[in-house]
Design a binder for this molecule. Structure first.
Ligand SMILES: NC(=O)c1ccc[n+]([C@@H]2O[C@H](COP(=O)([O-])OP(=O)(O)OC[C@H]3O[C@@H](n4cnc5c(N)ncnc54)[C@H](OP(=O)(O)O)[C@@H]3O)[C@@H](O)[C@H]2O)c1
Length: 369
């Protein structure tokens, strides 16, 4: 567990109307702090790694980063104890079962973490007066245009918050159940629906891809069909903190970078930026033979943020350009030494040398490594 006193401690936790005024975010606990998005929050709120990255002036009076061993969110009593001990004004919940394909064969565990675990955290927040910030997924949609005259036609319009989810996989159903459980237990919770994250820490599609291309991995195949929006997780963390600073109303907010791409397009852009050979095959989604079904189209419209004038998310190409330039300047991870863990979506890199799909026995709640 990482506890960082960032300002002199206040004698007691702030009340609803005192909290989150100006740059003072009060006391913050992050559950899932060692994960990909959790570590972005830790960096941002500690004001480390600032050069050229998305940044914030917001400062908590106390920042507690808990990993899985510190607090298992499936254990309701442990969650209650944790929240009661630290008396946070805000709980940022990034802990989740994120192994999309593994969830197909471990449905109970995926629901235990993503539905029941989320409910445990939301209930504790409600009881103990903390506001919750949690994360949903663009995979709750099925990519079908349900208004089109031809059944099964692919959607081409980005999803807004009011669009009805139609989850295709166990993972997506467990996350949607978690969203619903959170809002039932803690109606003022803020849920950011995100997707296709890359960044520091575990999930690092750019670093992994660059590594495979540098090593000229055999049979590297990338999806050139599925349409989504690659999103730098540091931008998501900054957007979330902005909402906390505004003491934004609860409910769902779509939060991805702007624009759309396939993973193959993303890879071409990365190859251009890193002067790497475009040495991969482009294939259809179905040819990846992934255990979990994914939507063919899962682009989000940050409509609620835009209506409020609060949309800080850049075009995905600009975000990737910045990310890669920081990386090249040594401010970000090094492709050859960075983690090879996979993002929620990573099996789209299908490299027979290094990225074999997991068997049932190997799968767990973490990613599809
Ligand atoms: N990455 C994406 O592309 C993406 C896309 C859409 C939505 N999201 C959502 O964004 C959020 C953050 O994802 P991420 O990419 O940061 O995931 P991540 O890197 O896999 O991190 C998840 C963290 O949760 C922890 N965890 C798992 N089970 C736990 C439990 N029972 N109790 C406490 N901690 C537990 C894991 O710890 P251990 O590994 O130590 O067990 C890990 O540190 C999640 O809600 C995810 O569903 C992510």
């Amino acid at each position: 567990m990482t506890t960082t006193p960032l300002q002199p401690e206040t004698a007691s936790r702030s009340s609803d109307d005192q909290r989150a005024s100006g740059d003072d975010l009060g006391r913050i606990c992050i559950l899932g702090a060692a994960g990909s998005l959790g570590s972005e929050f830790m960096d941002l709120l500690r004001h480390t790694k600032t050069a050229g990255r998305p940044n914030t002036a917001a400062t908590p009076t106390m920042l507690v980063g808990a990993n899985h061993a510190d607090c298992d969110i499936t254990d309701a009593q442990a969650v209650d104890r944790f929240v009661a001990k630290h008396r946070p004004d805000w709980v940022i919940l990034t802990a989740a079962w994120t192994n999309v394909d593994g969830a197909e064969v471990a449905s109970d565990q995926a629901f235990a973490v993503n539905e029941q675990g989320s409910a445990n955290v939301a209930s504790a927040c409600r009881r103990l007066g903390a506001r919750l910030v949690a994360f949903s997924t663009d995979f709750v949609f099925d990519g079908i245009d349900h208004q089109a005259p031809t059944p099964g036609q692919m959607r081409t319009r980005p999803y807004v918050e009011q669009d009805e989810p139609h989850p295709l996989s166990v993972y997506a159903r467990s996350k949607l159940a978690g969203d619903q459980a959170i809002l039932a237990a803690s109606p003022n919770a803020i849920i950011l629906r995100v997707g296709n994250l890359y960044g520091l820490g575990g999930h690092n599609f750019p670093a992994r891809l660059a590594d495979l291309l540098t090593r000229r991995a055999r049979d590297l195949r990338l999806d050139n069909e599925r349409i989504m929006t690659p999103t730098w997780s540091a931008q998501v963390a900054r957007q979330a903190i902005f909402l906390m600073e505004q003491n934004a109303l609860g409910g769902l907010y779509h939060v991805t970078c702007q624009g759309q791409a396939t993973w193959a397009e993303f890879a071409h852009r990365l190859c251009d930026l890193l002067d790497l050979p475009h040495d991969f095959a482009e294939i259809a989604s179905a040819d990846l033979n992934l255990p979990a079904r994914r939507p063919a189209y899962h682009v989000l419209n940050n409509a609620r943020l835009a209506n409020l004038g609060w949309d800080l998310m850049p075009p995905w190409r600009d975000a990737l350009d910045t990310y890669v330039s920081l990386w090249r300047a040594g401010h970000e991870i090094d492709a050859t030494t960075s983690s090879m863990n996979n993002a929620e979506d990573s099996p789209t890199i299908n490299d027979t040398n290094t990225a074999r799909p997991k068997t049932h026995d190997q799968s767990n709640h973490r990613r599809n490594t």
